[in-house]
Design a protein around this ligand. Structure first.
Ligand SMILES: C[S@@+](CC[C@H](N)C(=O)[O-])C[C@H]1O[C@@H](n2cnc3c(N)ncnc32)[C@H](O)[C@@H]1O
Length: 268
């Protein structure tokens, strides 16, 4: 099997900062470079950073099917990976573009591009293939997906936005369409990572991450490699209300979300 990263395993003890455990306890958000943390609903840059260093080499292509504020493409510029980000909402894509442009190339000049489109649609896949051709590439080496956690943050009013899926079944169907739309473009033996959390509806814990995992496992070309649990710090909606939430949890017999998941699949 060909090597999928730039790690030199003869010096494996030097990579102390690369996670190999399934529990990811991360302290403060990385706010260096162009990472501002301003986009509501973004993931912390340490997530794409860890995934890219373990599962890609310099010059490889990373595809993010739910770009949002552009965290993944900023990391691409820092780590020297080509990047393609897909974002449905033009306004969000424009803001991401401006932000990404502020990031210096720290590891050679690579190309990063944004496609404004719906990741569930074949047309968006065709545009991605065209973009790969422009890069002189035929496939991607890592796919990152950080979809809306169904309806817990309203990113837009667009009916194609996964946050506006009418039911859980509809959300899962659309998410499955995104997985199937892009898995063909992933090079064999390479990785697809889904970042997702659970939610509460009508006082009931909805294991959205597990449902999403199950949906992804329907794709015969993907095999589950790891379920990672990552801590959540400083949830914006709950900031400054820690005591109130603790009281509510004690009174209501529930636990406050302090973790989300990174589901790691490999294309077989
Ligand atoms: C959780 S956010 C991603 C945040 C991103 N990881 C970051 O760090 O900024 C999800 C994004 O997916 C976008 N989105 C929702 N439905 C989509 C679809 N069908 N196709 C493409 N993007 C979509 C939303 O507009 C939102 O910006």
């Amino acid at each position: 099997m060909s090597k999928i990263n730039d790690l030199n395993l003869n010096n494996w003890k030097e990579y102390e900062d690369i996670f190999t455990d399934s529990l990811w306890i991360i302290g403060a958000r990385d706010k260096s470079g162009a990472h501002t943390g301003e986009y509501h609903g973004n993931f912390i840059p340490q997530i794409p950073n860890q995934l890219m260093r373990r599962f890609t080499k310099k010059g490889d292509v990373v595809l993010d099917a739910f770009l949002g504020g552009g965290t993944t493409l900023i990391e691409c510029r820092r780590l020297g990976r080509h990047g393609i980000g897909i974002e449905l909402i033009p306004k969000i894509a424009k803001a991401a573009k401006n932000n990404i442009a502020k990031q210096k190339f720290l590891n050679g000049k690579i190309q990063v591009s944004i496609i404004v489109g719906d990741s569930t649609k074949k047309k968006t896949r065709d545009l991605t293939i065209q973009m790969l051709k422009n890069y002189g590439k035929k496939d991607v080496q890592l796919i990152i997906m950080h979809p809306p956690y169904h309806d817990i943050i309203k990113f837009s009013n667009n009916s194609d936005d996964l946050c506006n899926a009418k039911t859980l079944e509809d959300f899962l169907k659309k998410f499955g369409d995104v997985v199937n739309n892009f898995t063909d473009l992933l090079e064999k033996n390479h990785y697809l990572a889904i970042v997702i959390g659970d939610k509460y509806t009508n006082s009931e814990w909805v294991p959205l991450a597990f449902y999403t995992m199950q949906e992804t496992m329907k794709n015969p070309d993907l095999r589950l490699k790891s379920i990672l649990v990552k801590n959540i710090v400083g949830n914006r909606a709950k900031r400054n209300q820690e005591h109130l939430w603790r009281y509510r949890a004690l009174a209501g017999g529930f636990y406050i979300f302090r973790h989300e998941y990174i589901l790691v699949f490999q294309k077989s």
